[in-house]
Design a protein around this ligand. Sequence first.
Ligand code: 5CA
Length: 438
Amino acid sequence: MRSSQFFLPTLKETPAEAQIASHRLMLRAGMIRQTSAGIYAWLPLGWKVLRKISQIVREEQDAAGAQELLMPTIQSAELWRQSGRYDDYGKEMLRITDRHDRELLYGPTNEEMITDIFKTFVRSYKDLPKNLYHIQWKFRDEIRPRFGVMRGREFLMKDNYSFDLDAEGAKLSYRKMFLAYLRTFARMGLKAIPMRADTGPIGGDLSHEFIILAETGESGVFCHKDWLDLDVLQNPPEAGSDLKDFFAKYTSIYAATDEKHDPATCEVPEDQLVSARGIEVGHIFYFGTKYSKPMGAVVAGPDGEPVAVEMGSYGIGVSRLMGAIIESSHDENGIIWPESVAPFHVGLINLKADDAACASLCEDLYAKLNAAGVETLYDDRNERPGAKFADMDLIGLPWQLTVGPRGLKAGVVELKRRATGEKRELSVEAALAELIKA
Ligand code: 5CA
């Protein structure tokens, strides 16, 4: 992509309405635009990152055996009356009436709809287990939408739903998602800590919130400092295992939100207890037959007797994750994207766009990077070098490759790593080799 053509409305000034770094930086980097309170348009740069985050979520869901589908945003009130949640959900639910006076709603979550779909098609225990997910917009009429995409009214969620014949099977489904969540967040450079949680309007008695530590988090959290060194990607559980040992290990290390933390009973010595703030990026629930019973999601069991299926649901705040990643990875100059979700891998900066030799080398580099599949944003604009550097630091691509007339004479270009600020002068070939391998 060429900056001269890219729709990237960056701002120099810090917007007054933004209270936390991620909100400020997403506005300044031209990633989002608020269109109503808590509702955002995703501009090309923001949308690109949102797609990358979604893709990691998708890959880990697929690897864990879940299957993707897509349900609509608008649901019928009738379905929610069957589970008894239509009245319980209260003012957070956006209720809509169509031209025929039928009551509809903009879905805040999908337990009812998926249970209805499931029961229409699945009749036998032989078709179990099943785990179905989608990545879809949700609406919750939050009383105080704030912090940008962190607490929006319209937001993107990955939600999935597991169906098993018995509690044993349902708990295995739960453990598989527990692992998939740890892997998903780790791949985005986040340390997410699962904490025992209340189940709120979703229901059930087994639930974990996945929380990343960040000063601007909305919840107070406590955990054993051993959490900080755990690396699930380096120490995966044995392939094909029932994950019982893995789950036992990860749930034995102390971690609790302030609602669940009781200093009187907490056994972690004070010097090993981390007290921090956190952002909830995911939440998983096992709620048994809470929806299957009232909605009649019943299969014929092995002995022919009807059995209400055991269910769980699992949510990831896909759009909130973007804020969470920025909260945990930025500096005073801007965002520092982890490679896995960066909108482009390289920012190619031409310091003198009207210099024929600089432009020709940049064109050549741009073509070679693209040909090698390295996503590149080429700043070919006729702007001051200072403005170009500031924009590149702001949007936080992992690498900056700078071409200027002085270096060109000496046969070198400059390669900067955004995360460390480290700069090196390299030959054109060496710089290309580095970027193509990285
Ligand atoms: N049905 C269950 C799981 S599928 C459910 O809805 N769980 S939830 O309420 O905990 O939401 C799942 C995730 O969505 C949360 O962990 C959070 O990361 C994200 N989320 C919830 N509310 C908002 C919001 N207002 N803005 C942005 N993200 C949100």
